[in-house]
Design a protein around this ligand. Structure first.
Ligand code: GDP
Ligand code: MG
Length: 155
């Protein structure tokens, strides 16, 4: 794709998509101000240009359309809130469905895991252990670099 890649960011409502795109855009590693993480619901697909690339979020309410949005992108970041226990089954089902239906490279971005073991435990629990994933641990800031290298690796 000339002039950068388009990346679809999906996940259930409240998983952290908007905040992740905002951090990528502003290179925020840790929240400095309270309003950094104040969000309102995003409707439709509004790509945010970050460097050469574009990141566009499609929320949980539009889950039936995720596959349609996936048609024209280079890669998919699937955001999971590891501490949203009540939503993990649903999110696992959606992640499997999406991956079965498209060849577009997909990476799970698991937010708020306590540690790598916790992250892997959560993924294994829902048989997601064969997914590529980024574990965004509380207090560590290397997740943004991992996202950039995922995007760089996309065809
Ligand atoms: N402190 C902190 N809070 C976050 C982060 N990501 C998400 N949140 C919180 O989770 C809420 C929902 O995140 P949001 O990005 O709007 O989720 P979305 O529905 O997937 O777009 C936000 O209002 C924040 O309170 C993060 O990286 N750090
Ligand atoms: Mg959002």
């Amino acid at each position: 794709m000339a002039g950068g890649k388009t990346v679809l960011v999906v996940g259930v409502t409240g998983s952290g998509k908007t905040c992740l795109i905002r951090r990528l855009k502003r290179k925020i590693f840790k929240a400095k101000k309270k309003h950094d993480f104040h969000t309102t619901e995003t409707s439709g697909f509004v790509p945010t240009k970050i460097g050469e690339d574009s990141f566009g979020e499609v929320g949980g309410k539009l889950q039936p359309l995720w596959l349609d949005y996936a048609q024209d992108v280079s890669g998919i970041i699937y955001v999971i809130d590891a501490r949203a226990h009540g939503r993990l089954t649903q999110t696992a089902v959606y992640a499997h469905q999406l991956r079965e239906q498209t060849q577009v490279p997909l990476i799970l971005y698991v937010r708020r895991a306590k540690n790598m073991h916790d992250c892997k435990r959560i993924l294994n629990q829902w048989l997601l252990d064969d997914f590529r994933f980024i574990c965004a641990l509380d207090g560590y800031d290397c997740d943004l670099e991992e996202i950039h290298s995922f995007v760089k690796s996309l065809p």
